[in-house]
Design a protein around this ligand. Structure first.
Ligand SMILES: Cc1ncc(COP(=O)(O)O)c(C=O)c1O
Length: 435
């Protein structure tokens, strides 16, 4: 018999991809699932980028492993201008998606990994694939953001060292998947100081940086450039997950790190497809039409996801108002007793009941590192026709500068998001009998 590798964990299909496949199956069976389980931005490819790809299909050669020089330069200039990154402190690497960048960073840097909870589903399995330990760090969530306390981080590092672990890197993601919240600036600064003092690498996952609902975002690299690697790409703000473009800023101050990353890349992916890299240059040129597209998409993400949070808050559920990305991370703790009466005691139970009885797909908080009995869910507000909603928003912007997006907009252009609000009402009403 052929034996598979023995690992610390059984590798499963990543929960986000698994829920998507389940929903596709249920829809094929004729079920009307409201899909809040998968976070894929629904907007079309901007015309300029589609043309750039179409015009570059003749590029068929392998490119340098670190990425096409013109793309690496465009990325550096864009981040210097838009985010204020001191690009003289960095080398840029291009990869097929930021998931592989994060994996490679975890591989390149020795030691164990500090994970704020809740965090994106793939960080911990990646660490485990590499035989590294995951050291969890608690956070608190509210309307002001996702809070990471610097003293808590110090304690987490100290305790881990005393337990014989080797904390060497922390993964920060802001705005965050699953919470939709950002880490306040002064907290980023305090965390950066601890990481400098304790020699911890910050892997700054800024994939949702340009989906910040306030339209401005600051990178923690400002506070600790020599201790920060930045990971990002085109998957979220340009809805181009399938193009598989990831970008990474690697600190020059860490001796040998860029060549280590390039060596890893050369053994894992050789290079990102040539036509995609050539086309991607246009995404980093600062073209007004692309910038306007990104701003409009963020406005829609903000409107849809704030709507969901408002609806949940009205039901007595703790649902911090999202500040970026396209997620909500509600906590049903207030309804724990009532939920227990219908057999719901864990986040998995909650997600299960919502899917089977109310036809809403979601992901349980446990998939993001939360304790199994916490009643948290990640809801993604992306289940609508992005092209139609975007076209309508663009025409409102052109015709009426004083437009305001309201509930009617959601009813018309995102009926499943609207319906989800109604279904949650029914769910809480059925469960508590009080609404
Ligand atoms: C927080 C976070 N980081 C990284 C990724 C990976 O994105 P990609 O590999 O498409 O760049 C995702 C995708 O869902 C994400 O949510």
């Amino acid at each position: 018999m052929i034996a598979l590798t023995k690992t610390e964990t059984e590798f499963e299909l990543s929960p986000t991809l698994a829920i998507n496949e389940l929903v596709v199956k249920k829809r094929a069976e004729g079920k009307e699932i409201l899909h809040m389980g998968f976070g894929e931005s629904p907007f079309p490819v901007p015309h300029r980028l589609a043309e750039a790809l179409k015009n570059n299909t003749h590029h068929k050669q392998y490119l340098p492993t670190a990425g096409l020089p013109e793309l690496r330069e465009a990325v550096a200039s864009y981040y210097a201008e838009k985010v204020g990154v001191d690009t003289s402190a960095y080398d840029v690497l291009i990869a097929p998606g930021s998931k592989l960048i994060i994996y490679s960073l975890q591989m390149a840097v020795d030691g164990d990994f500090i994970m704020p909870v809740p965090s994106w589903v793939s960080y911990a399995p990646q660490a485990k694939m590499l035989g590294r330990n995951v050291i969890k760090m608690p956070t608190t969530l509210d309307d002001d953001g996702m809070h990471l306390n610097a003293d808590t981080l110090r304690t987490v590092i100290k305790d881990a060292r005393e337990a014989g672990l080797k904390p060497s890197k922390i993964l920060l993601n802001y705005p965050s998947n699953p919470t939709g919240l950002s880490i306040p600036d002064h907290e980023l600064e305090a965390i950066a100081r601890v990481c400098e003092e304790e020699d911890i690498l910050i892997i700054s996952d800024e994939i949702y940086g340009f989906v910040n609902h306030q339209r401005s975002y600051q990178s923690i690299s400002r506070f600790a450039p020599n201790h920060t690697a930045i990971s990002s790409g085109l998957s979220k703000h340009l809805s181009l997950g399938g193009w598989r473009i990831g970008i990474c800023f690697i600190p020059k101050a860490i001796d040998g790190m860029f060549s280590r990353m390039t060596n890893i890349a050369s053994e894992l992916w050789s290079c990102v497809p040539a036509p995609i890299q050539v086309a991607a240059i246009e995404a980093y040129k600062g073209h007004a039409d692309i910038e306007e597209h990104v701003a409009a998409c963020s406005e829609l993400h903000s409107h849809m996801n704030r709507y969901i949070s408002d609806e949940l808050k009205a039901l007595g559920i703790k649902a911090p108002t999202p500040q970026g990305a396209f997620y909500n991370y509600p906590d049903f703790e207030e309804h724990r007793d009532a939920l227990k009466n219908v057999g719901v005691e864990t986040s998995k139970d909650l997600a299960q009941v919502l899917l089977e009885k109310y036809e809403i797909s979601s992901l349980p908080g446990v998939a993001f590192g939360a304790d199994a009995n916490q009643l948290t869910l990640r809801l993604s507000g992306c289940d609508y026709d992005g092209a139609a909603a975007l076209a309508q928003l663009m025409s409102l912007r052109r015709e009426n500068h004083a437009y305001a997006l309201d509930e009617d907009f959601i009813k018309q252009y995102a009926p499943r998001v609207y319906k989800a609000g109604q279904v949650f009402k029914r769910f809480i009403n059925d469960t508590t009998g009080s609404i």
